[in-house]
Design a protein around this ligand. Structure first.
Ligand code: COA
Length: 358
């Protein structure tokens, strides 16, 4: 009956609004079109949670940098057991070591940790020495530096900021709902974020961008795109990176990421052949999907350009979900606090359809 809860309103929020009909995402009163490419992650946090974090973008940047240094020591405990896990499971294991609480200090640790842990885990996995956080840098710049060991270019930092802002909040998606349910029990922000991470890991939520790269690898050259995609559709397969449950027009996040990717390409950070392959694949996919499903608009979604952007920034495809968490944790913390401040215990009902007791 309510399977999927599509039409159920389970929270009131001032944080974000997903307008699927018009293809518009509003975050804290601002259209993503105006935020993306112009807003750092710290400025975004000031909009989403500035009241609770008690600061403007400059003070949030300082406190976030301090928190990165505070959580860094947890990486020294990364052992073979953690390294045997997938990156998102390893991130979940490390996040579980953070203290629980509902206060500002806990929030900063949670906001800082996914960036520090993701970059650190990827280095340890490659047998490279850890790179300690640099409090002078922005969150995005420091994450890239902790990943590669080298200072990123301004265009790379802007690209990661664009990504983190674009995915920071998106209505009552599955992971955000999970965070609100746990926060409503007053278990603490860390417990809420861990529940959200568990939900994000699922392939129906945050686990999708990796397969877009697999698809591009399989297509190989722009000339092969149309034939490859047509064969895939003829077999009844779905084209990765297209279609969305809510957006009936183009996902506005796809546009923001495509622009950032174009800037990376102009800066020489994306191979010309790669861009040509991506564009040929997108054009062919949209053409074929329009023919196949004329009644249902299947447009490019956030995952298509996420895959290309994160790949160009040097993140391995099995860690894309972790980078998603680096951005989305801002939304999780803000929603959890909103639930604590304005909500009640979330406790829906189920309808019993089992056998009747004698
Ligand atoms: N390629 C081909 N066909 C697609 C498609 C795609 N990417 N997305 C949807 N369709 C088709 C379905 O096969 C279905 O056809 P049918 O009615 O003949 O069975 C129809 O469109 C509706 O699909 P449905 O599963 O009801 O849409 P949804 O809104 O529940 O699904 C997604 C949304 C994102 C799960 C879906 O579009 C999809 O699987 N996309 C590919 C994976 C992806 O990009 N995931 C990242 C999401 S951000």
């Amino acid at each position: 009956m309510y399977s999927g809860l599509d039409d159920v309103i389970a929270a009131e929020t001032t944080l974000s609004d997903v307008d699927g009909i018009n293809g518009r995402l509003v975050i804290a009163g601002y259209s993503l079109d105006d935020l993306a490419g112009r807003t750092s992650y710290e400025q975004l946090l000031a909009l989403l949670a500035g009241g609770f974090l008690q600061g403007d973008a400059a003070s949030i940047r300082r406190e976030l940098a301090t928190a990165r240094r505070e959580v860094f020591h947890h990486l020294k405990s990364v052992d073979a057991t953690i390294l045997a896990l997938s990156p998102i499971e390893a991130l979940r294991a490390l996040m579980a070591r953070l203290p629980d609480g509902e206060d500002k200090a806990t929030a900063y640790l949670l906001l800082a940790a996914p960036a520090v842990f993701t970059s650190g885990l990827l280095r340890v996995r490659q047998g490279l020495a850890l790179v300690a956080p640099d409090a002078a840098l922005s969150h995005a710049a420091d994450m890239l530096r902790m990943l590669t060991g080298a200072a990123p270019s301004a265009v790379q930092v802007a690209a990661l900021d664009t990504y983190l802002v674009a995915v920071s909040d998106h209505g009552l998606n599955a992971s955000t709902f999970a965070a609100r349910v746990v926060a409503s029990t007053r278990a603490g922000l860390t417990s809420a974020v861990l529940a959200a991470l568990g939900a994000l890991k699922g392939p129906l939520h945050g686990g999708a961008p990796g397969p877009v790269l697999d698809m591009l690898d399989a297509i190989g050259t722009p000339a092969n795109a149309e034939t490859w995609l047509a064969a895939e559709l003829a077999r009844g397969e779905r084209i990765m990176g297209f279609g969305h449950r809510i957006y009936r027009v183009r996902d506005p996040r796809a546009d923001a990421l495509k622009t950032a990717l174009g800037r990376l390409a102009s800066d020489g950070a994306v191979a010309v052949e790669r861009m040509a392959l991506a564009e040929a694949t997108e054009t062919a996919a949209l053409r074929l999907l329009a023919i196949r499903k004329p009644d249902r608009k299947l447009e490019t979604n956030v995952e298509f350009y996420t895959a290309l952007l994160l790949d160009a920034l040097g993140f391995p495809r099995d860690a894309f979900t972790c980078v998603f968490a680096v951005g989305r944790v801002g939304g999780w913390v803000a929603h959890a606090r909103e639930q604590i401040d304005h909500g009640r215990l979330i406790r829906p009902q189920s309808r019993y359809i089992g056998p009747v007791a004698a």
